[in-house]
Design a protein around this ligand. Structure first.
Ligand code: AMP
Length: 364
């Protein structure tokens, strides 16, 4: 593996596919370590472009632009899990791509992802495929209601999802998501949502952060806090699950596993909701609340460098600034103890992640 993926030297260039805030914060972390970044994104107003020396603005299918990008970088990674599989495979023939493009094939398709998790013996909400009217009827029968229908591909932040209150609503819900190939999943009456965030290095070593607790608003992450308020044994199980998933994917880099905590008859158990093959919004607290951030860990992993053993600096809370909430930036800057991060996006559209604020409190 090490011959295939040479260890980078300071001054080397990491290519990042995707130009959002995750790419921006990855590039900022790389800069700290003396590494350069080259961001590839189809969108001219990508906020990651602002913090790198080299950028390519071209469609993901532009092979000439991809070849020039590959020639200009030492290794390629991604900040966006919906990079087309063909783009990642094309680049992998020219330069190391980490994590391996086959990870995208699993995580871009909710059905493949859920089957993969289930085959590892890890619990998920009951689910069934929906690709035709007959399959929809069978799925509705098997899963019951309430349930959530989700497109297999290109869904994020609640996009491509509809909730079903009764079995008879399944057809209308499928119509609402454009009759795209989908899965029907039982609605989980979760007690809380958590995420396990871990880095896996080239030698297979895994370093996890403490379990994070998340609150979503309109399906978008609103707030995260660390440590999650769950029994230590349950937090340990979540980390074991993330480690098992990372190992099964031969993963290199940072990944997040989103889980539901379900309380039944006084017992708590975990169900995996989703795998994010990248740095994750719920890990933004690590920039201020840990000695080494998730972004630096990811850069270290793809560079072939030693992973850090990050220490948490206190009890941490992170709040996203969504859409117009960012207009409070001046007030937030004046708040004692608040660390404000703004992504430099020009237009605060509804639902758009514009920045976040972190507070670190002394451990009580
Ligand atoms: P997802 O796009 O699958 O990450 O879903 C976004 C959010 O929708 C999750 O973080 C949950 O808050 C909610 N959600 C998704 N699936 C379910 C489910 N099966 N039961 C209850 N809530 C869900």
């Amino acid at each position: 593996m090490s011959a295939k993926f040479p260890v980078l030297k300071p001054g080397a260039t990491i290519g990042i596919l995707g130009g959002g805030q995750l790419g921006r914060m990855l590039a900022q972390a790389a800069g700290k370590l003396g590494l350069r970044c080259h961001v590839y994104s189809p969108e001219a107003d990508s906020c990651a472009f602002d913090v790198v020396g080299e950028k390519t603005c071209a469609p993901y299918g532009d092979e000439a632009a991809l070849a020039r990008f590959a020639a200009a970088v030492d290794v390629v990674t991604y900040e966006f899990e919906n990079v087309p599989g063909e783009t990642a495979s094309f680049l992998a023939r020219l330069k190391p791509v980490l994590p391996d493009p086959k990870v995208l094939a699993t995580t871009q398709d909710r059905l493949a992802e859920k089957n993969f998790v289930a085959e590892l013996g890890i619990a998920t909400a009951p689910f069934a495929p929906v690709g035709s009217a007959a399959e929809l009827a069978a799925a509705a029968e098997k899963i019951g209601a309430p349930a959530v229908i989700k497109t297999r591909r290109l869904g994020y932040d609640g996009k491509g999802q509809a909730t079903i209150q009764k079995v008879g609503d399944a057809a209308a819900a499928w119509n609402a998501i454009g009759r795209a190939p989908a899965i029907l999943e039982r609605f989980v009456p979760f007690e809380r949502e958590v995420s396990a965030l871990a880095a896996r290095g080239r030698a297979g070593e895994v370093v996890a952060y403490e379990l994070i607790e998340n609150v979503h608003r309109d399906h978008i992450l609103h707030r995260s806090r660390v440590p999650a308020e769950v029994p230590a044994a349950l937090a340990g199980q979540a980390i074991v699950i993330a480690t098992k998933i990372a190992a099964a994917l031969s993963y290199i880099g940072v990944l997040a596993v989103e889980l539901f905590v379900v309380a039944e008859a006084g017992k708590r158990r975990l169900l995996v909701n989703e795998i994010a093959p990248r740095v994750h919004n719920s890990g933004h607290w690590t920039l201020d609340g840990a000695t080494v951030s998730q972004f630096e860990q990811h850069i270290r992993a793809v560079a072939g460098w030693a992973l850090a053993r990050p220490q948490r600096l206190g009890r941490v809370e992170m709040v996203n600034l969504i859409g117009h909430e960012v207009e409070d930036w001046a007030k937030l800057l004046a708040e004692p103890g608040a660390s404000v991060h703004l992504y430099g996006k020009r237009e605060p559209r509804p639902g758009r992640k514009m920045g976040h604020v972190t507070k670190v409190f002394p451990e009580s």
